[in-house]
Structure formats: C-alpha cells, structure tokens
Write a protein that binds this ligand. Structure first.
Ligand code: F6R
Length: 584
C-alpha cells in the first residue's frame, strides 16, 4: 500500500534519491505519487500514474527530501489528494500511510477553529493538527505526541517542520524503518529504497517516533517523550533481490527462483522447529490464519498438521478470526502465514489472540517485520524480497515450513530436500511453454473454475486467486463436492475447468466431478501424476502424496502469468491491489 521514503544526508541530490527510492516501493501498489524538498522556493511535485513513466533530468539540489506513493483510501485519485500535504498555513508538510479512523470528527473540530481544507484526505487533517499543536507546544516532539494521542487507526506519518527544519516520523500500526549509513539517513516504509546503500537499520515500534535533526537521529517513546536507546540491526538482505535480472518482470523472476530458493527455506534452526512442534502438539486448539494467498496456504497447512502431524487444526481467514475472541483460551495456539509481516487484518488477529494469552507462531518472509516482532516463535521463509504483487515463492515457502514442523511432530525423518531437488527440475522453460500455449487458447474466456478436494481444494483456491489478480478473469476455486450443490449450473460449452487431483478416495471423486463438468461441455485441464481420458489438457505432477499440491501451484502460476500477458495486464502490478495491505 502507500509508501514513504525520506532522505537526509550529505548528498545534494536528495529529491532524485527519493524519486529513485519511490520506484523501489512501486511494488507495494499505488495510484499516485509525490515528492517534497525544502528550499527557496520549496519544491513539490505530485503526479497521478506510474513513477516509471515520469522523466526528469533537472532535479532541484538539496540534502533533504521525502516522498510518498499513495493508494487511495480517503478522496479520489487526483493530484490534489496526492501526498505530501501542507498544513493550512504551510507550517508543516506531511505524508501518511494508513487510515485516520476519527478524521471526520477531528476535521469538524479544526474547521470550527477556522482551518480550511482543500483535499478529501485524512492526511490534511493530520497536517493541520500538527500546525495547531505547534502553536502552543514547545517543539515538534511535543506536537507529535499530541497528534499521536489524538488520531485513531493504524498509521505511519512523516512530517517536516518548515520553521525548525526538523523531520520527524512516527508509527502506530503501519511500518517504518530507519536506514543508517555513515552520513545519510533514510526513513521509509520498508528497506527496498535504501538497501543498495545501507543494510544497517532501526525498526520503529508502535508508539515510537524518530526525530532527525542536523544529520543525527533520536528514537523517542511517544508516551513518555524519553529517548529510546536501540542498537542498529544489520540485515542479511542482498540488494540483488531489488533487480529483475534477465527476466521481463519480477513475477517471472520470482516464479523461476522457485527452482533453487527453497533449499534456503529448509535451513531452519532444528531446535526452534522442535520447540514449535512441541507447542503445537500441546495446544488445546490450533488456529491457522492468513489473508488472501496466505490464508490458502494456512488452509493447506492445517491439513498437513492433521494428516502428517496428527493434530487437529482449524484454518481461518485473518479478518474473520476476531469473531472467535470470546472462545479463545490460553492453551490455544495461533499459527500465522504472512509474506510482508505487516498485514493489518493479520495483526488485528494477533492482538485478539495475545489478549487471551495465546502463543503466536509465525511463518514470515520479511525479517523484523511487525508480525515477527509480535510472535513468540518465528520461522522465516528465507526466499529474499518478493516484489511482484502476486505472491509465488512466498506462498510455497510456508507450505514447506508447515510440512517441516508436521514431520517433526510425527517424529519422521525429514525428506524435503529431495522434494526441493525435484522442484529444481520441474520449474523449467518447457513447463512455461506448455502453460503459455494453454493460456493462448483460453485467455478470451471471462470465467474459469478450479476444483479440488481435501488437500487439493486450497490449491484450487490459490490457483483461482492467481488467475483473478493477474489476468482479471473471474476464476473460482470450488470444492469438488460442492459442484452438484450449485456451481454446476454455471458450466457451459468450452468453459475452462482446472482439476487438481488429490490422493486415494479424493482421486476417485474428483475425477467423477471432472466427468460431470465435461459432460456439460467443460474444457478439462488436469493436474495429476497420471494421465486420464477425461483431461483435454494435462499437466503432470510427481507422485508425492499431498506434496503434489505444491508442484501444481507452479503451472498454475505460469498459466496465470501468461493469461495476464495475453490480456495486456502488467504482471507485477495487479489492478487495485497492494503488496503490503496495511489497512483493515
Ligand atoms: C495474493 C497475495 C495476497 C496476500 C495477502 C496477505 O497473491 O499476495 O493475497 O497473500 O494480501 O499478505 P501477507 O502475506 O503479506 O500477509
């Protein structure tokens, strides 16, 4: 979602640095962008559309700047609503990530005091709050505390005080990280904008601010206004992950990285895996949650805990989990899947669980993200930055983690390294060509169905998510058994139906379902370890029991990718979606 990049340093091309940094945040999803730099006169640029479409060779000089990518929440997608926003009398200028939930009441209060508003945003309300508090309070720190106390919702804010020339950022629910190099400071929503320059960082916690003045920074607790002493962390992320390499898109690059990347995923601390397995085994109830793709992975993971680990587990959509709050008990466990580690719905679920004393286990990609810091046990995906909005490698990695833990619970010898070696051969150009050929044949269709049973059902659902978000075709993942209850009425001549074939009993039943669809004219695309006459197209899978599902996701990702290309969609930026969903 929205992204912030700020720069204060010894270089005189701060605006250009911020502009380039914003490009590295493009993957989060946005619809407009803007940059500010103080000077004589101050520089401000706001644009609707893609940053990469904008060209400028004559940026103003200066050593301070900040910018923002906006994913519209309050107010339409216009230049006027694009951040940064000045306060009414140009005392401060700010950018915000998140939503100020009580903005309408506060706006009315400010209007009564004579403040005029020119945008439809909640951000302008925060700017004017700063201006109002700065009139009566000692300094920017004090004003930040008052603003922080006043606003509700999940937010990260960066503010520049035009009088004192100080820059301050604070967070409550939305991420903010400080990058520190010898003579430069970066304050951003994630590390991507500055990781090429420095890997030394300080992650802000909720309720903390960072004040940047004379090239130095101070972390402040906004409750006490005392300085927080925190050591800087050195990240292990390589800057290479920021680039597409020889591929045409980040999505293509990330799909192909699945050839080798999961060897890293399996390099987990044995002791930690054992601890997690024990905690799950001893739990009364086990809830497996995530949002979107992460939920489908959790759904699959709950099945793995049951089938391999011998423990009953309940999958739940993160945003629905809070409805369970009254029934949660201290001995229950919550298992989270999240790529970004910043998903607001998932964080709300964690808060509800923590209030009841549950243990939190997380499988997360972004190291030191909020979810990591809020969890009792964390296993990292270890697949590097994922930049395409549609999740691929970061969806498969936690499936391996679930399996690893379940094997530990069952005390069976881990054989996943054989699986990752098989995968390295399975992900190849021939498979991609096959996916492309199929996509060429079906991309004009407006509806598609994917069916599965048992462990193959979440795989069908995840395949439908990839097709929807990448190609904007209506695709639905349906439990095979449900077809006859409603969805069969939608089947007509030539409609593509992807059949993800499971094991044992499931196999027999799903193949019957495929027959029923074919009898009504459906085009059957089968995914299995054996050919079948019912299939019009066949994608072979290795015979790996329930792990077959992991393999089925690869051709599904490739098909969705090529459907996107045939339909003229940008595979890296899905329409209206954001990579890191920090609003509820
Ligand atoms: C779809 C996709 C989303 C995310 C969801 C949760 O490809 O990526 O559905 O899975 O927004 O995000 P994380 O995993 O960051 O919690």
């Amino acid at each position: 979602m929205c992204g912030i990049v700020s720069y204060v340093g010894n270089k005189d091309n701060a605006v250009e640095i911020v502009f380039e940094g914003l490009k590295k945040l493009e993957y989060r999803g946005y619809d407009s962008w803007g940059v500010f730099a103080p000077g004589k006169p101050n520089f401000i640029l706001k644009k609707v559309g893609k940053i990469s479409d904008y060209e400028e060779s004559n940026w103003p000089k200066g050593s301070i700047a900040f910018g923002h990518t906006r994913w519209a929440t309050h107010g339409g997608i216009t230049e006027v609503n694009t951040h940064p926003h000045y306060s009414a009398h140009h005392k401060v200028i700010i950018a915000q990530n998140g939503v100020m939930e009580n903005y309408s009441e506060v706006k009315k209060e400010l209007q009564k005091k004579g403040y005029k508003f020119i945008t439809g945003t909640d951000t302008e309300v925060i700017a004017n709050l700063f201006e109002m508090y700065l009139k009566t309070q000692k300094d920017l720190k004090q004003a930040a505390k008052s603003v922080f106390d006043k606003i509700e919702g999940r937010n990260a804010v960066v503010v520049y005080d035009l009088e004192s020339r100080k820059l301050l950022g604070f967070r409550n629910g939305s991420p903010m990280v400080l990058g520190v190099s010898k003579e430069e400071l970066f304050l951003a929503s994630d590390v991507a904008p500055f990781i090429d320059t420095t890997q030394q960082v300080v992650f802000l916690n909720d309720g903390e601010a960072v004040l940047i003045e004379d090239g130095k920074y101070e972390i402040i607790d906004l409750t006490s206004l005392k300085t927080v002493h925190r050591t800087e962390t050195v990240l292990e992320i390589s800057s290479i992950a920021n680039e597409k390499g020889d591929k045409n898109s980040f999505l293509e690059k990330e799909i192909f990285e699945q050839q080798f990347i999961f060897k890293e995923t399996l390099k987990q601390d044995e002791k930690k895996v054992t601890q997690i397995a024990t905690v799950i085994k001893n739990a009364t109830m086990v809830y497996c949650i995530g949002a979107g793709t992460a939920y489908q992975v959790s759904f699959w993971g709950a099945g793995v805990l049951q089938k391999i680990g011998g423990k009953q587990a309940f999958p739940m959509i993160a945003s629905e989990f809070v409805s369970q709050k009254d029934f949660l008990q201290k001995q229950d466990v919550l298992i989270i899947v999240s790529q970004s580690g910043e998903t607001a719905d998932t964080l709300e679920a964690i808060n509800a669980a923590k209030e009841k004393g549950l243990k939190i286990i997380s499988f997360v990609n972004v190291e030191s993200s909020t979810i990591c810091r809020q969890s009792d046990y964390v296993l990292l995906h270890r697949v590097g930055i994922e930049k395409a909005v549609a999740s691929t490698k970061a969806a498969l990695a936690p499936m391996f983690l679930y399996y690893l833990v379940a094997e530990k619970m069952a005390k069976v010898k881990n054989n996943l390294s054989k699986v990752t070696s098989l995968l390295s051969k399975y992900v190849n150009k021939d498979l991609e060509q096959k996916a492309r050929n199929l996509a060429r044949q079906i991309y004009i269709k407006e509806n598609m169905y994917l069916i599965g049973r048992g462990m193959s059902y979440p795989i069908a659902r995840e395949g439908s998510i990839k097709i929807q978000e990448l190609s904007n075709i209506h695709a639905e993942g349906i439990a095979g058994g449900e077809l006859k209850h409603y969805a069969i009425s939608l089947i007509e001549e030539g409609i593509p139906c992807f059949v993800i074939v499971g094991e044992d009993e499931e196999r027999k039943h799903i193949l019957s379902n495929a027959m029923e669809v074919k009898a009504r004219g459906g085009l059957i695309i089968g995914f299995d370890d054996q050919k079948n006459d019912v299939f019009d197209h066949y994608f072979p899978l290795p015979s790996l029991g329930i792990l077959k599902g992991i393999f089925a996701l690869i051709p599904l990702q490739m098909i969705a990718y090529h459907l996107a290309l045939f339909r003229g969609c940008d595979p890296d930026y899905c329409r209206n979606l954001a990579k890191s969903v920090t609003v509820i």
